[in-house]
Write a protein that binds this ligand. Sequence first.
Ligand code: ADP
Ligand code: TRP
Length: 336
Amino acid sequence: MAATKTYLTGVKPTGEPHLGNYLGALKPALRAAHEYDAYYFIADYHALTTVRDPEVMRHNTRSVAATWLACGLDPERTVVYRQSDVPETFELTWVLACVTGKGLMNRAHAYKAVRDRNAEAGLADLDAGVNMGLFNYPVLMAVDILIMETDLVPVGRDQAQHVEYAADIAGSFNHLFGDGYTFRIPKGVYPEGDASVLPGVDGRKMSKSYDNHIPLFLPEGRLKKLIRRIPTDSVPVEEPKDPDSSVVFQLLTHFAGADRIAETRKRLEAGGMGWGELKNELFEAVNAEIAPKRERYEALMAPDSELDDILAAGGERARERSRRVLSQVRAAVGID
Ligand code: ADP
Ligand code: TRP
């Protein structure tokens, strides 16, 4: 029997997830966790390139883990851990930095984007505001992936270059030191098409950067209010409405069952159903799916919950694997 593939992904603790992240990233990733030898970690040291408030770092780190667990990730099956709990990562970062061309880092999208912005702003120093963490970011990410001997890395398209860099860097090491140790070459797994893109309250793709998002674990009362505030046109209750041009209806199609969607479509087209009623229906559908998870999330976020023990145990399991890889790497380069 072929060995189960290793499937690994990391999330930076930089903010609260929204319904788009839930449908587009969280749910598919949790489904896949059952099929693979899965590793899910919180990339806290990656977040340190931008997060400057220790309380925010602590809160968001726990919040990412609590979200996964509340949405059904089983920490017995999947290794859930903090990047910072695997110190071997930082030793390997130096080793791999020594086989990585600086030119490769110069071409990294995230770094280039800052330089482009500085150029546009007319700054003489194009590296203004760039810390070495941001510059080295792709090496650290390559290590996250390679140190767990990862086969597959499910991420958004924006991360494709980073996964390709990880494969490149592994190739450089294997070329130089392959007699002693060879890294497994990872592959990215990307979401397909636009069908699964959830719209935000203004009809564009739901995104934190458009500020049109609905946070996943908003308390019930605030969720209701936010949904009631989604802009709609002024077609009166009794007139027929076009469901397909309504954001509220589009959102409903992602949360309600097929029968409910078909019936609501008919009622809107026939006239007699107002936007207010449609919004109530959307609230009920979203809340029915989220409420049990929200309750579990809130329990896990309590200061003395089992969350911290789960993360510590995951860190230990991740370290077992990373220690084994690092000792082989050290021997391969002659530092043992
Ligand atoms: P944001 O645009 O809010 O910053 P991210 O880019 O951090 O979201 O997305 C994190 C993950 O969530 C990615 O895998 C992305 O594909 C998924 N995702 C984000 N927004 C949506 C959306 N509106 N519909 C479906 N999936 C989404
Ligand atoms: N850079 C990723 C992001 O911003 C987070 C990340 C860090 C990651 N290390 C990783 C993702 C390793 C996958 C694998 O979303």
